[in-house]
Design a protein around this ligand. Structure first.
Ligand code: GDP
Length: 488
């Protein structure tokens, strides 16, 4: 049976105008309700990674997808309430250098993890958990901005609460202000810890005034920021600080579904001699289990083993917990997401697709050389501009004819040169050439290979297709004479 544009579009999951655009690029202008030639329909299918088969017995006749499309499972917008469980808050400590971030983290680690726990040898994995009032709190123990802004830049910031440490003797310093700005911009709950109150030079009131001037008003004075006065040296006030964290975590109602597809965020990655590539992740939802296949950035992996912040080997890691994962194919980046995949095959396939995407991105040209921009380039720099052309035609005869016609165009501003002039379809390597040389790709009565379509999109290379010789030559002439409207 003949196929019409709307039907073809529906089968390909596209809008009719998308198919029309493809047809026009192929040099075909069908009237409405005019059936498409099977060869033309096949070309359109090919562009979108489908193969077109006219006679097929099953009811889904006509089309079948060539490549299976594998996607990373998407995080559901909202999980059903009954599946949600309270998870520990993720806490980051920030502040000016020497104000006591490390001391605070060390104090908590020493007093809260080891106390009462058998064989409590802590292991530095980049984050740890402490228990307070029977509730777990997760601390990122890489203080400073680096991790915070790096993760924010990747949109993967997992911190719920930022504790801003200010030394009571020093008061607010440049990095304190920066930390406040970071935390506010990222919409984080802020708790202030005024540290070093054991010093005789401590001046808590002065610090409170300075903080108020920077937008953090203590609840004592009717503001909405909780303050704790502490000493990381003596431990004074630390219980109050932890109480405030629990309180704020409750306000935030932090919940996650432990049965969801497991997702985690990388906070540290390194190569450990004898263990290979490892990364510490914080589980965001679901539960990580040994044996789980996953995708992380452009790499696949499978969880071979997991180690918690106490150096113990564990089999499962619930939401909110930090865990060192062994089983990465390559070193992931901080901020990358680790997502559970159905099986290793899908994980590997998605990984190679992402690596391919990255490779294509690297082909992206520094400057685009579109025909429409040519004339403005002439006006900017002196001398003749170069119009570099990659020409692909159906037969060698048209190659020669078109090349000759273009070289005959006279312009005192632009000079045309051919990078390639050959018979055959537009291929991926044509696109790569165009990207590296800044050439435009012109096709006459040829198709664009599916791989080349993808590559052109990734590298923002313009491909112009023609089915009428004089149209092609006219466009080149107009470009060379500066008659084309510059597109923006
Ligand atoms: P960071 O640069 O913010 O990580 O600061 P550190 O934790 O390294 O602390 C800087 C210095 O301040 C160290 O010499 C600590 O011993 C000291 N320090 C930290 N907290 C306190 C405190 O509460 N009281 C006193 N007296 N000294 C502290």
């Amino acid at each position: 049976p003949p196929i019409l544009v709307p039907e073809l579009a529906a089968r390909l999951g596209l809008k009719p105008f998308n198919v029309m655009a493809d047809l026009i690029k192929l040099g075909v202008f069908p009237a409405p309700n005019q059936p498409l030639e099977p060869e033309i329909a096949a070309k359109v299918c090919e562009i979108h990674g489908f193969s077109f088969e006219r006679e097929k017995r099953d009811k889904d006749k006509g089309f079948h997808k060539v490549e299976e499309v594998i996607k990373e499972p998407e995080a559901p917008a909202e999980e059903p309430e009954e599946l949600l469980k309270t998870r520990p808050p993720i806490i980051t400590i920030m502040g000016h250098v020497d104000h006591g971030k490390t001391s605070l983290l060390d104090y908590l680690r020493k007093t809260r993890i080891t106390a009462g726990e058998a064989g409590g040898i802590t292991q530095h994995i980049g984050a740890y958990q402490v228990k307070h009032q029977d509730q777990l709190l997760t601390f990122l123990d890489t203080p400073g901005h680096a991790i915070f802004s790096d993760m924010r830049a990747r949109g993967a910031d997992i911190t719920d609460i930022v504790v801003i440490v200010v030394a009571a003797n020093d008061g607010i310093m440049p990095q304190t202000k920066e930390a406040i700005q970071h935390a506010k911009k990222a919409n984080k709950t802020i708790i202030v810890a005024i540290n070093k109150i054991d010093l005789s030079s401590a001046n808590v009131e002065r610090v409170k005034t300075q903080l108020a001037e920077n937008g953090l008003q203590t609840t004592d004075y009717g503001g909405d920021t909780e303050f704790a006065e502490v000493s990381a040296l003596t431990g004074k006030g630390m219980d109050d600080l932890l109480d405030l964290m629990i309180l704020q975590a409750e306000v935030l109602e932090l919940k996650a579904n432990p049965k969801a597809t497991a997702r985690a965020s990388v906070i540290e990655a390194r190569v450990v001699p004898g263990r290979g590539t490892t990364a510490t992740v914080i589980v965001e939802s679901g539960t990580l289990k040994v044996g789980t296949p996953f995708i992380c950035g452009p790499y696949a992996g499978k969880i071979r083993s997991m180690i918690n912040d106490r150096g113990e080997t564990i089999k499962t890691a619930p939401p909110g917990s930090p865990v060192e994962v062994i089983g990465f194919e390559e070193l992931p980046h901080v901020g990358d997401h680790l997502t559970e995949m159905k099986n290793e095959r899908e994980a590997k396939s998605l990984a190679s697709e992402r690596q391919e995407e990255q490779r294509l991105k690297r082909l992206r040209p520094q400057h685009r050389n579109r025909m429409e921009d040519l004339y403005s380039m002439v006006n900017e720099g002196g001398g003749k501009a170069q119009l570099k052309i990659i020409l692909k035609c159906d037969v060698q005869g048209s190659v020669e004819a078109i090349k000759k016609a273009i070289l005959a165009i006279e312009s005192n501003k632009v000079e045309s040169t051919f990078i390639t002039a050959a018979a055959g379809p537009v291929t991926e390597s044509d696109i790569a050439f165009a990207a590296s040389t800044g050439a435009v790709v012109m096709g006459f009565n040829v198709k664009v290979e599916a791989k080349a379509v993808k590559a052109a999109k990734a590298a923002s290379v313009e491909v112009k297709l023609y089915s009428v010789v004089y149209e092609l030559i006219d466009q080149v002439r107009e470009a060379m004479l500066g008659l084309l409207e510059p597109l923006t």
